[in-house]
Every structure is written in structure tokens, then in C-alpha cells.
Design a protein. Structure first.
Lengths: 248, 300
């Protein structure tokens, strides 16, 4: 999942790096195919180089030292507000087929079954980034037809509703899960399976997806990690804190 | 002023308190723990993301309302006490007003400027503004653009940790600033927690690094190690294991009570807390790679 996320970053992108797993995806992209990417962290950090050490949080001391800029949250959010952030990552507990993400409440808001931590910067990135990348552990109860609460808006109910609601950003570009990668249909704005990770199948993905799967005619296996990518992931995360099975 | 006096005098029951405004670094845990020890009640906690501190205050029954973008444990997962309060009303029910990081910042910016609201392009279509007293739909009077209006927030007090301050309240903070500036300027009072108290000439030698005018600061507290387990740039690193430990132990109300007993109620102050942490562990967190900035010249 880290690898698939890193590959969505293009060289020269301004990347709004979210909490947790994207921290390492950004470093990996910087060290491989996107050396000129800039990372923006919502705590106020702008970095043109990967952190010299594994980060548990974006405010860890190695992420500050040697940064290109250390400032206010509102200053970096202003780059999002102006539409100058190319790509942003968010995670969450649930996603629907239009890329709407819930990281706030499972069950009704006044009597939740699970109170999740909330938006953080998720809603802001989803509202304003040019390309939104959603990262999700792929389980049937997480990929739902309808989510209980929209924390971070994707395409809402599809069919142009996002634009009508006054959301300026480009909306979800990919949904990256532990089993595969989805694109979004430009017309209906639904998730369409683009690739399945090595070791899984389309059938297995359908079983773990709460909506009837749409599969791209050109669906393929997700390219395996290169030796270089694997070596770098092990160097960036030697204990497997973010990248061992079930982590992140 | 001592931490105990500052919390006692400036943070009474029912206060709206902004804390943890740099995000995961420079979180004034010592101040939060002192409020727990003083059995403060009915607080409103205001913040961006809160990495563990809000969860602890909720666990101790100090909190009536949360106005924040995220409450949990950043490297370990969900906030167990936040969950129990929201799901079961334990140890007491709390009101939750969800924000995003950008919109809580705008709410405080509006407060800092004395404005009724600040417009936002983040949030339309999300459920966050729905049935929320802090948001209303609006239209730009200039071009008709739809915006989300974020109502001003004016905390009673902002507790801001800094690297160094003078006794009058001028302070230097460096590293990521998060929403500290707007939170402090929006608040009625600012309480500064400083790792070091320095001569005023040190602060005045670099006025660009100061966030608040001294006349807005109500109290300066000398509190070395006051942010542990969160990091303070130039002073100590984040103690990741502490977050994992609290996450494990706070799974049950009994485990949470035992944690609070050991790390809050049973220690008199921050010095006693650091002693309990152990000299070796504390020294390890303070082993840093030097990274001194080039001096700046204010020649005139």
C-alpha cells in the first residue's frame, strides 16, 4: 500500500502529506521517481527532502531540522486553499464508491457505536487538493455502499454533485487499498478497479468490497516492488512500524 | 509563577482552553496533568489534532465539551477514553463539536481579529458543518461564490509551550507552529510554559521569533520537561513508547485509572514526574544531533 501510494506522486508535485502511512510514502517517492516533489505537512512544515529518520508523527524532531520552511498551519493550508497543492493523501475508517471518507463516527452521531478521532486535515485535503488519494485497509466493513458520516468529501453522490456543492478541489483520483488500486470513472465518478496486488484476485477483492465491483477493461496486476523499492522501504522503516502486515 | 498557581488562578472550572496547538509537538502535558490533579471540571478543550492529552483529560472527567479536529493517539490509534465518553457517557457525557484543522484555525483567526466569522472553501458537502453551531452557509457579496462561514472562537485561555521566555512573557518558539499564533491571539489570556527562562536581551535579540506581544501574556511558568512525551525541538525527542503504553493501558477504565494514578495523581509536579520517568530514559530522549541555525543580524 505504501508503494502504491508512493507511485501516485509525480515528480515536481506539491504533496500534502497526511498523518501516518503517507509519511513514509512521501519519503519513498522522493528517493525514487519524484526527487523534485515538495512535501507539505499540516503542522506547518514544508520539506524538499525526505526526513532523515522514520517519522512516527509529522512533528517529530527530525522532520523539522533541515526543512525548507517551518510555519503556521494556516500558511500551509493557504496553499491548499489557493488550489496550489497537486496531490493530497487521506486515510480513514470507511470509504464509499464515490470516494467519500468517514473518519468520525460509526453509527449515528448522537449515539455512535464507535467514535473515531475525526477529520484532522482530512476534510481540508479532500475539499481542496487537485488530486485526492484515499488510502484504506481493504475490508468489507470499510468499503461500504454508503458511509455513516462524510468527514472528507469525495464525489458525494456522483454525477457532478461535488462541483455543485462548491468544492473547488479535483476530488478522488485513486483509492489505494491493501488489495488493489481503484480509479474513478470520469462520468459516473464511481470507483473502478484498476489493479489488484500480487497474491490476490479480483474475486477476493469483490468478496471484501461492500458494493458491486466495477472492473476496468484494462485491469492488471499491480506491478511488483522493484528490488530498489524494497531495499528503500526496509531502510526507511527497519522495524516495519508502518509497513509490516497490519501496520498503519 | 508556579504551574499549580497559574492553573489555579487562570483556568477555573468551566473554562474554554486551547492546548496542543503546535499539533504533535510542544504539547503542554504538564499543564493538562496539573488540571487533572486539581480536579478541574466542565472544561471546553479547543485544539487542532490532540495527540493523547485531550484523551487523558476526558478520562479524568475534566471535560464537558470538545471543539477540535481530531482526538486520539497519533502513532498508536483511537483514543479509548474519548470513545468511552462519546459512546457510553463515561466517566461523563461530553458534547463534541467537530472541526477540521483548517476550519478550527479559521475560527481562531476570526477570534484573533475580532471578526464574527471567517469564510472557508473547505468543508461544503462534508457532514462536519451539518447541525453545528460553528458553521453556516454563506455567499460572497463580491462574486456570489458559495462559502462556508466558520464562526469565531474565543478561548478563555490558551496554554502555549515554548522553548524560552523572559519573565515578562516575551517568548521564542521555533519548529512547526500549527495554530498557536491564532489560538493565543484569540484567547482572553495566554499562559506560557517555558523550558528555559532567559534574560530579556536574549528574546529581544530576535524579535521575529516571538508569537505574542508580552502585554497579552498573563503568566509565564518555568516548566522544564513540561511537554514530555511530546517533542520540543532543540530540547528533547518524542517518547514514542509512552504513547504505546498509554494506548495499551487505557483500553479499560481500570487500566486508565491506574495510569492516571501512576503518572498524574501520584506525582506532585513535573519534577517528580521526570524523576519517575527515570534519569536514564530522560537523558536518552535528550541526546540530540546538533542543528544550530545561523545567527541573524539586526544591525541598525
Amino acid at each position: 500500500m505504501v508503494l502504491a501510494a508512493a507511485r501516485e506522486i509525480r515528480d515536481g508535485d506539491v504533496v500534502f502529506v497526511g498523518m501516518r502511512l503517507p509519511l513514509i510514502a512521501f519519503s519513498l517517492a522522493k528517493l525514487t521517481h519524484a526527487p523534485r516533489a515538495f512535501g507539505i505537512f499540516e503542522n506547518g512544515i514544508v520539506r524538499g527532502t525526505p526526513s532523515p529518520e522514520l517519522l512516527y508523527t509529522m512533528s517529530d524532531t527530525p522532520n523539522v531540522a533541515g526543512a525548507h520552511m517551518c510555519t503556521r498551519l494556516s500558511t500551509v493550508m493557504a496553499q491548499l486553499g489557493r488550489g496550489l497543492v497537486d496531490v493530497g493523501f487521506i486515510g480513514g475508517a470507511e470509504v464509499d464508491r464515490f470516494g467519500n471518507v468517514n473518519s468520525s463516527y460509526i453509527g449515528p452521531r448522537d449515539r455512535p457505536k464507535v467514535k473515531l478521532p475525526g477529520s484532522g486535515g482530512g476534510c481540508d485535503i479532500a475539499s481542496l487538493a487537485r488530486r485526492l488519494l484515499v488510502i484504506m485497509s481493504h475490508e468489507r466493513h470499510r468499503l461500504r455502499t454508503v458511509v455513516d458520516y462524510i468527514t472528507s468529501p469525495g464525489y458525494l453522490a456522483g454525477g457532478g454533485q461535488r462541483q455543485a456543492a462548491g468544492l473547488p478541489g479535483g476530488g478522488p483520483k485513486a483509492l489505494i487499498t491493501t488489495l488493489g488500486v481503484f480509479d474513478f470513472d470520469p462520468d459516473t465518478q464511481e470507483a473502478v478497479l484498476r489493479s489488484y496486488h500480487p497474491g490476490t484476485t479480483i474475486e477476493a477483492i469483490q468478496e471484501q468490497t461492500g458494493w458491486p465491483l466495477r472492473v476496468s477493461p484494462s485491469v492488471e496486476e499491480t506491478p511488483s516492488p522493484t528490488t530498489e523499492e524494497l531495499t528503500l522501504i526496509r531502510r526507511l522503516d527497519p522495524q516495519g512500524f508502518w509497513t509490516r502486515a497490519g501496520a498503519g | 509563577m508556579s504551574l499549580s498557581d497559574a492553573m489555579g488562578r487562570f483556568v477555573p472550572d468551566g473554562s474554554a482552553v486551547a492546548m496542543g496547538t503546535c499539533l504533535e509537538s510542544m504539547i503542554p502535558f504538564a499543564a493538562g496533568h496539573e488540571l487533572i490533579r486539581q480536579r478541574r471540571r466542565d472544561l471546553t478543550l479547543i485544539g487542532p489534532i490532540s495527540d493523547m492529552l485531550f484523551d487523558q483529560l476526558i478520562a479524568a472527567g475534566c471535560v464537558a465539551r470538545i471543539q477540535a479536529a481530531w482526538v486520539g493517539n497519533v502513532s498508536a490509534g483511537l483514543g479509548h477514553a474519548y470513545r468511552r465518553a462519546a459512546e457510553q457517557g463515561l466517566p461523563r457525557p461530553i458534547a463534541i463539536e467537530d472541526y477540521s484543522n483548517y476550519t478550527i484555525s479559521l475560527a481562531l483567526l476570526a477570534g484573533a481579529h475580532g471578526l464574527p466569522f471567517f469564510p472557508s472553501r473547505s468543508g461544503p458537502g462534508s457532514d462536519i458543518p451539518r447541525d453545528h453551531p460553528g458553521f453556516a452557509d454563506g455567499v460572497s457579496p463580491f462574486d456570489g461564490e458559495q462559502v462556508l462561514c466558520v464562526r469565531a472562537l474565543r478561548p478563555d485561555v490558551a496554554i502555549i509551550a515554548v522553548q524560552r521566555a523572559d519573565v515578562e512573557g516575551s517568548a521564542h518558539l521555533w519548529g512547526n507552529i500549527g495554530i498557536s499564533e491564532e489560538a493565543g491571539l484569540a484567547a482572553e489570556r495566554i499562559i506560557v510554559l517555558a523550558e528555559d527562562i532567559v534574560d530579556q536581551q536574549v528574546i529581544l535579540s530576535d524579535p521575529n521569533r516571538v508569537l505574542f506581544p508580552a502585554f497579552r501574556v498573563s503568566a509565564v511558568v518555568h516548566c522544564p520537561g513540561g511537554c514530555h512525551p511530546s517533542p520540543v525541538q532543540g530540547y528533547y525527542r518524542r517518547d514514542h513508547e509512552c504513547y504505546a503504553e498509554y494506548h495499551r493501558e487505557s483500553r479499560t477504565p481500570e487500566g486508565t485509572a491506574a495510569w492516571l494514578e501512576r503518572w498524574v495523581y501520584d506525582v506532585a509536579d513535573r519534577a517528580a514526574y521526570l524523576e519517575r520517568l527515570g534519569a536514564e530514559r530522560w537523558a536518552r530522549l535528550r541526546q540530540l544531533r546538533p542543528a544550530v541555525a545561523a545567527p541573524v543580524d539586526y544591525a541598525w
